[in-house]
Design a binder for this molecule. Structure first.
Ligand SMILES: [Zn+2]
Length: 287
């Protein structure tokens, strides 16, 4: 059934686990995530990342995401991940998304506050859950990042996080404390003390969200959930595993024709398996 993200976050807070939040840029991933959630009997969010709009436009994937969420046996929300422009996020609301990340984390603190406060005031009466980001995941110099800055320079400031939640009224806040998007060369270790401080200072104002957990060791993810993370956005590890399964199948054929339809089946199986593993990690300290 389709529910607002806020409902899922309240359950996660009560039972101390993190809701898995998975990008679904194609039918295989969408079906795999829904099957995994139903197999585990656990709620999830289905995400469309604005960065995936070139893979499939939001207008085309939204009706499918909503159909699967409405028909699922477990509660699901349908969420926009890293919506960066106003026109895009408003279009998503019209399409039926119940939850929006409006990411203005690349702007100044004051501008981030101003834009999110305005957005919250506009969409809360519609029952939309709002996620913001404070702090920023470091960009490599090759991706346009500042070569003189360290990863830690981008971490979320605990006092600013509390102030941000007070002034904007957002429902959830993505914070930066060690993770990176994608899978880096080294395991990503987390600044758990910082997370605990942010959690203590933000309190019940907003649920804390971790992005980019794919390169983070399982023990670190467990510590993050214990430290107060209530939603984990997770995609790369699942997506890359599907490609590996496809590679094996193509190699097995030794140059003979391979049906694409068979590959999509193999990909879906792998995506589901990896999604179940992720949900188990996020539920590992559930009470
Ligand atoms: Zn993210």
């Amino acid at each position: 059934m389709l529910v607002p993200l806020k409902t899922l976050l309240e359950d996660a807070k009560q039972h101390r686990y993190a809701v898995g939040s998975f990008n679904t840029p194609n039918l295989e991933t969408l079906r795999a995530v829904v099957q995994a959630a139903e197999a585990m009997g656990t709620p999830v969010t289905l995400n469309h990342a604005s960065a995936h709009n070139n893979i499939i436009p939001v207008e085309e994937i939204a009706p499918l995401m909503l159909k699967y969420a409405r028909e699922s046996k477990v509660p699901m929300s349908v969420h926009i991940d890293h919506g960066k422009d106003e026109i895009f996020v408003h279009k998503a609301i019209q399409l039926g998304f119940t939850s929006i990340m409006y990411d203005c984390s690349d702007k100044s603190f004051e501008e981030n506050v101003r834009l999110l406060k305005e957005f919250v005031d506009l969409v809360h009466p519609l029952g939309i859950t709002v996620e913001a980001e404070l702090g920023n995941m470091i960009l490599s110099a090759a991706d346009g990042g500042d070569p003189n800055k360290k990863k830690e320079d981008y971490y979320t400031d605990p006092d600013k996080a509390a102030e941000f939640c007070d002034r904007t009224g957002v429902d959830c806040l993505a914070i930066t404390f060690g993770t990176e998007h994608g899978i880096g060369e080294n395991p990503q270790m987390l600044d758990i003390e910082r997370l605990k401080e942010i959690h203590a200072k933000v309190g019940d104002r907003a649920a804390l969200v971790m992005h980019g957990g794919s390169g983070t060791p399982e023990e670190e993810i467990e510590k993050a959930v214990l430290g107060g993370i209530r939603k984990i956005n997770y995609f790369s590890a699942i997506d890359v595993a599907a490609t590996e399964a496809i590679k094996v199948e193509i190699e097995k054929a030794e140059g003979k024709p391979v049906h694409y339809a068979d590959l999509t089946y193999i990909a879906t199986e792998m995506l589901r398996e990896k999604c179940i593993e992720a949900i188990k990690m996020f539920n590992s300290v559930k009470i």
